[in-house]
Design a protein around this ligand. Structure first.
Ligand code: PEP
Ligand code: MN
Length: 366
């Protein structure tokens, strides 16, 4: 139900968006003063187009701070009045949408945990039917491009305003570096399939750590992404959610100043040409190298175990099994037989070299 149809903010519905479009604000609205203070500080930078603050927080585990709820809407509206910045928050069900439309928010976003559910997205799209405020669709938690596109299309089918995609990375059981693995090939593939949808990047949720925000934001700019969403808090380490990844307004400006904003490639070149495929390949290769490094780390640990228990490095039966299973996996994925054989030999030799090194290290340390 569309209770109220606010006038969409001119900048946000313009055919040509400011580049890069910058959305900033705290992970969560905590108090009225915190929201208003952040909004004023961000407005003063002159670098922000939209203020964000979560008020219904989808937390992974219960008994953590789950957001201030509807009160936060009034704080956001007050922040808009005092700062002049348009405002947005996350919606996860019909009631949230109705409350946001009633309060006259300038944009809303669908979070990663909601995008995974077509039922939830459909419900939200229906509640937003006919509105012309921008709707941002974050990628689903896992790297399912079709699910992301499906969510975008459900919203596009019902809203009159712009729909933007928001890349926040993909969750995994264990990530070494990032909170959510960026897997850049996924947003690139999205751009190739839906060239009309601006794709923004959320370095805060990808990085999960303050020091990773700048390199991730730079990478997004290098790939020609349309904008950035960054979590900014007046006192980040005291934040009630995502304390490790938020930055102060001062650091936010410094970071934006460091970024090299590259001239946008004409859409056609990136989307149709070799460039999009090469960028996807770069990202896959990056992951390939990371996986090889992870495999060698495991080889080192196994070497250590073998040394401590007096076991030989080469376990012939195990190697035969490894060789057979990997060759079969490769064949199922249409990888050439000789290629797989050579690759496995190389990987195995390197594992042996690494394990020998571990054994020798131990010897000299004794
Ligand atoms: C957020 O933006 O604060 C948030 C909860 O993000 P995500 O849905 O990407 O986890
Ligand atoms: Mn957050």
């Amino acid at each position: 139900m569309n209770l109220h149809s606010p006038q969409p903010h001119r900048d946000l519905t313009a055919e040509r968006l400011p580049h890069p479009l910058v959305i900033a604000g705290p992970c969560s609205a905590e108090t009225e003063a915190q929201v208003v203070e952040t909004a004023k500080a961000l407005a003063a930078t002159g670098r922000v187009h939209l203020l964000r603050a979560g008020i219904w927080k989808p937390r992974t585990r219960p008994q953590t701070f789950e957001g201030v709820g509807d009160d936060g809407l009034n704080w956001l509206v007050k922040a808009r009045t005092e700062s002049g910045l348009p405002i947005c928050t996350e919606v996860a069900n019909t009631r949230h949408v109705e409350a946001c439309l009633e309060a006259g928010l300038d944009a809303v976003w669908i979070g990663a945990r909601t995008t995974v559910s077509p039922f939830a997205v459909q419900e939200i799209a229906e509640a937003l039917k006919g509105t012309n405020i921008p709707v941002l669709v974050k990628n689903p938690m896992h790297a399912d491009l079709k699910l992301w596109i499906g969510a975008i299309e459900r919203v596009q089918a019902l809203v009159d305003g712009p729909v933007w995609a928001l890349h926040r990375g993909f969750t995994g059981y264990q990530h070494k570096e990032f909170r959510n693995a960026p897997m850049w090939e996924v947003p690139i593939a999205l751009r190739a399939e839906k060239p009309e949808v601006p794709v923004l990047c959320d370095p805060s949720h990808i990085g999960g750590r303050r020091d990773l925000l700048e390199p991730v934001a730079q990478k997004a700019m290098d790939l020609g992404m349309a904008g950035l969403m960054l979590e900014v808090h007046p006192t980040p380490s005291e934040a009630w959610s995502d304390a490790e990844q938020q930055i102060t307004p001062e650091r936010f400006v410094e970071m934006l100043d460091h970024l090299t904003i590259r001239a946008e490639l004409p859409e056609g070149d990136l989307v149709d040409g070799l460039a999009a495929l090469r960028m996807q390949m770069d990202s896959v290769d990056e992951q390939l190298v990371e996986l090889l490094a992870a495999r060698m780390d495991l080889a080192r640990s196994i070497g250590q175990f073998k040394k401590e228990h007096g076991i030989t490095i080469l376990q012939l039966e195990r190697w035969k099994q490894v060789f057979a299973s990997r060759s079969r996996w490769g064949k199922d994925l249409r990888l050439g037989e000789t290629f797989m054989m050579n690759l496995l030999e190389h990987v195995h030799n390197e594992s042996i070299r690494v394990q020998t090194e571990v054994m020798n290290e131990k010897k000299s340390a004794e």
